[in-house]
Design a protein. Structure first.
Length: 174
């Protein structure tokens, strides 16, 4: 898989998590791709709050590559997936940009003021699963808005990622 720098070389915010999973890369890959929000009840509750009581789509669909908004930038079976998101994440419906990229090329060239670009990857390694999130903010105004949003959301965002990795580990070891 390509490095995240190829998709988002400049970024102001980053978060990463790693979990050891004593299983084959194939089992780990299959496990994280099949985790749904029903496997992570706390994540389901947090999404419910974030969406002001509106349910988060089909709870049985896989979370990664299914329920998460954005565009798949790269998907290599057995190695992982990279997702790209754009928008004003600090707004309630900030991921609903009608001009949002629908392809990897469109994501790479996306440059709108007062918005963010983010990449999220899930990478399978020997006995491990990692995730990294990077966010690039287009300008000073957006940076101030995103910084306030991230101050509140980041602990919960990180918790969801950790819980997703743990759910994948449970599936891989089952």
């Amino acid at each position: 898989m390509r490095e995240l720098d190829e998709f988002l070389p400049r970024y102001e915010f980053v978060e990463s998590h790693r979990l050891t999973i004593e299983a084959t890369p194939e089992r780990i890959d299959h496990a994280f791709r099949t985790v749904s929000i029903t496997d992570i009840p706390l994540a389901r509750a947090l999404w419910f709050v974030r969406r002001l009581g509106k349910p988060y789509g089909d709870p049985t669909k896989p979370f990664v590559g299914g329920q998460l908004p954005g565009v798949v930038l790269e998907d290599v079976p057995g190695e992982g997936i990279v997702l790209g998101l754009t928008g004003q994440f600090w707004r309630l419906r900030g991921d609903r940009d009608p001009d949002r990229p629908r392809s990897a090329d469109a994501f790479l060239s996306y440059a709108r003021p007062d918005t963010c670009k983010a990449v999220i990857d899930f990478r399978v390694g020997p006995s491990s699963l990692t995730t990294e999130t990077r966010v690039h903010v287009a300008d000073r105004t957006a940076r101030a808005r995103f910084r306030r949003y991230w101050f509140v959301i980041q602990p919960f965002s990180g918790l969801i990622r950790v819980l997703l990795l743990r759910a994948a580990r449970r599936r891989a070891l089952a």
